[in-house]
Design a protein. Structure first.
Length: 242
């Protein structure tokens, strides 16, 4: 109702001389982008934000430009304006519970975040390496803050052995969801030969047997691998050689 009212006010603004150009400009921007976001793209709320901000400015039309001198001219617009303003406040009140839930979820997000939990567990297991330079790869869906002793990077493309070897990573943090996505039998690669190499890497990762690496920790969110060299040098209790 709030969104429909915003569109209605924008259309109404075209018939008002003081807001005609402004309202027409907003409508020309909002309509095609809204149709695209709601019906033709993978919908996420933030994609519609560039529409919402200018569109909601049309609520300013509920405020009078100046007081009318004639009671007859003033009565109907005043009643309509007050009625619409009351409706907006009623809808805002109805959403207070939802707003409270969202705010609480944001404030407690750190406590329930699986990516942060995996990072904390991984760092406990890698504590003996904290003062030694390491090169870390982590999937972009995971969490890895800056570290003064370690260099870290991510890659939005699919992984393969060539990329891992070229960059000489000593630590790998791989998302289990990403592994599952690329091993889905219904997925087809744009380049079949290249995709076969990607899948070979992800298949080995799923089995915990990436060539040249040792699986140090397996969590629900991700897998933690260390290079064989690091494993042999710093984790003698592990069975580093397969």
């Amino acid at each position: 109702a709030f969104i429909l009212l915003a569109f209605a006010l924008t259309i109404f603004g075209i018939w008002q001389e003081r807001s005609r150009f402004h309202s027409a400009l907003i409508l020309a921007w909002a309509l095609p982008l809204s149709v695209s976001v709601f019906f033709f793209t993978h919908f996420k709320y933030q994609y519609w934000l560039p529409v919402a901000l200018p569109l909601y400015s049309s609520f300013a039309l509920l405020l009078p430009d100046k007081l009318e001198t004639s009671p007859l001219k003033r009565s109907l617009p005043f009643v309509v304006r007050v009625g619409l303003i009351v409706l907006v406040f009623i809808q805002g009140g109805l959403f207070l519970k939802t707003d409270g839930t969202i705010i609480n979820k944001r404030f407690t997000a750190l406590n329930a975040n699986a990516a942060i939990a995996f990072y904390n567990e991984s760092m406990l297991r890698l504590d003996r390496l904290k003062d030694k330079p390491q090169k870390v790869y982590y999937d972009y869906r995971l969490y890895f803050p800056s570290n003064k002793n370690w260099s870290a990077g991510t890659n939005y493309d699919l992984l393969d052995y060539e990329y891992i070897e070229e960059n000489d990573f000593t630590i790998l943090m791989l998302s289990t969801q990403r592994i599952a996505d690329y091993l889905n039998p219904n997925v087809v690669g744009v380049n079949p030969d290249k995709f076969a190499e990607n899948q070979r890497f992800y298949r080995d990762a799923k089995e915990g047997e990436i060539s040249g690496y040792h699986l140090l920790y397996s969590g629900q969110k991700a897998l933690l691998f260390i290079s064989q060299e690091v494993c042999l040098a710093d984790f003698p209790e592990e069975s580093c050689i397969h």
